[in-house]
Design a protein around this ligand. Sequence first.
Ligand code: ADP
Ligand code: MG
Length: 258
Amino acid sequence: MADHSIDIIDLEKRFDRTQVLKRINLHIRDGEFLTLLGPSGCGKSTLLRLLAGFEPCTSGCILIGDRDVSPLPPKARNIAMVFQSYALYPHMSVRANMTVPLEMSRLSFRQRLPGAALLSAKVRAIRKEITAEVESVAKPLGLEALLDRKPAQLSGGQRQRVAVGRAMVRHPAVFLMDEPLSNLDAKLRQQLREEIVDLHRRTGITFIYVTHDQTEAMAMSDRIAVMEGGEIRQCAAPQEIYDRPDYLSVARFVGATA
Ligand code: ADP
Ligand code: MG
């Protein structure tokens, strides 16, 4: 098995003259569930976007296993990301939302044209394979009965599951989630929290989860990296952060009821 640990080394990000991330150093173990916890504006989403490759680093680098992925485009990184807004294609069915990423990577432009499947047995075989894979991801997420619906016909929780499913179909090595539960009500948050932890257990993928909710971080994570002002203040197991916060700011933030 390939090593999917992550090393973030001296990572900095500046937008014009504003320094948003200040020399971040962090090692994330292969298969770990690590949470970035911190108040709004501390740089959590920016750090995820750098990991996913949506933004270039100002300096420093990111290794996955032994490979420096910092110069690579998002597609070449084998990283999937679930956004706070879910970012589903509104005009497409759930099924289409989930098949698109696989079609883009396995079929050429010509093979994706309508009618290509009629002409080519190879295209039919690939499409059949993709359909089977999408259904196998949809089932444990409880999406089977929803595959023909449009996003507008789904509840918030269902949309969130589709966003997770769409990211999972590519079998990423690393899974990034940016406040995926923040638009949901408390009861659903609790339920989906458990589903995400379960997904992590089943897949063994390296998860980096972002939240500003300390209860969520405490309940879900192997380790928590507490961020403030573009820096990681402390990174440790939930119990240790709770018992022995290194900084007053960590104690304040973690002690606060969210
Ligand atoms: P968080 O996700 O922790 O709320 P963000 O990473 O979204 O924080 O933002 C961290 C800081 O970086 C904020 O002060 C924000 O205004 C700034 N920032 C984020 N993106 C940009 C950008 N594209 N241009 C300028 N400043 C940005
Ligand atoms: Mg954010």
